[in-house]
Ligand binder design. Structure first.
Ligand code: DGY
Length: 328
């Protein structure tokens, strides 16, 4: 009998076809968002799961899924998975690094430009019929070219954003848990700064680090107050890294000039005050959402699931310590 797996949210037909060659698949092409209890019930008789970053996998779910051997996340960020709990339970956890780097870097620049040049505010102005003709001081914004870009989180995506910035003749500063080696710094033309120094010096601050207990509210009232009143903050990493209530206050009071956000605390129920502000550009967690990239993410997760259940060695294993204790 084929192993049974759950695909928790809608995926591409080609992804389901790939999985169907190896498994008996229970899919969710209606894309219903499962509660944690519903997810646990669906996993009760499954050997594996291809899950979305909106699915929470913790000890309470794993306890109710005694046959589960792999959870394959469709996403590079995996703060939705309690990895130590997976290891303790003998369950492999995987993610999809690499395949979304360029698309997220592209959207990061999209938000940087949209925020600095007030693109969504300008479009609303035009659509509402307010535009009566061009005038010199219309929709004045900030230049992106030549600005100082501060990247907090200099992993794959941060480094790719830094390389995009070369074309805009920007000065690039970065902060990271671990300083990059000199060759990588030179390749990215990026200079290391302590976090507070970066916040003080940058014209545009971009957040690109994982969400962990250490990065919860990494940007709050204190950090926003360190930034220039003319500065722009862009978050394409994860909700929770920025204290959204503190950001609303900073945007209202002119502590910083504007923000571009793709991610929010308590998604999809974002802080309603954000919707009342003109100096914020908002997108619904779409940084990786180009068609080729979303296909590559889903198919990478499928390949991780297949490898986990057929060879026991998935390519993007997050908990290698699990290897000698995977459930049989
Ligand atoms: C990721 O891969 O982490 C993206 O944010 C999609 O959730």
């Amino acid at each position: 009998m084929k192993p049974r797996i759950l695909v928790s949210r809608e995926v591409f037909d080609e992804t389901l076809a790939m999985l169907g060659e190896h498994f008996e698949v229970e899919s969710n092409q209606a894309d219903i968002r499962h509660s944690t209890d519903a997810l646990a019930a669906l996993l009760a008789d499954k050997d594996g799961a291809v899950i979305s970053t909106s699915d929470r996998i913790d000890a309470s779910v794993l306890d109710r899924a005694p046959r589960l051997r792999v959870v394959a996340n469709v996403g590079v960020g995996y703060n939705n998975i309690d990895v130590p709990a997976c290891t303790a339970a003998g369950v492999m956890a995987t993610n999809t690094p690499g395949v979304l780097t360029d698309s997220v870097a592209d959207l990061t620049f999209g938000l940087v430009i949209a925020t600095c040049r007030r693109l969504t505010e300008a479009e609303h102005y035009l659509r509402s019929g307010e535009w009566k003709g061009s005038f010199l001081k219309q929709m004045l914004g900030k230049d992106v070219h030549g600005a100082t870009l501060g990247i907090v989180g200099m992993g794959r995506i941060g480094q790719t954003v830094a390389k995009r910035a070369i074309g805009f003749e920007m000065q690039v500063l970065y902060h990271n848990r671990t300083r990059l080696d000199a060759a990588t710094e030179a390749e990215c033309r990026a200079a290391y700064r302590a976090k507070d120094d970066l916040l003080r010096e940058a014209d545009i601050v971009v957040l690109l680090m994982p969400y962990t207990p250490e990065t919860h509210h990494l940007i709050g009232a204190r950090e926003l107050a360190l930034m220039k009143p003319s500065a722009v903050l862009v978050n394409v990493a994860r909700g929770g890294i920025v204290d959204d209530a503190a950001l609303v206050t900073a945007l209202r009071n002119g502590t910083i000039w504007a923000a571009g956000l793709d991610v929010y605390e308590n998604e999809p129920r974002l802080n309603p005050d954000l919707l009342t502000l003109k100096n914020v550009v908002l997108s619904p967690h779409i940084a990786s959402a180009s068609e080729p990239t979303r296909k590559a993410m889903a198919n990478t997760a499928a390949r991780n699931c297949i490898a986990a259940l057929t060879t026991g060695s998935p390519p993007n294993l997050l908990n290698p310590d699990v290897k000698d204790r995977v459930r049989s």
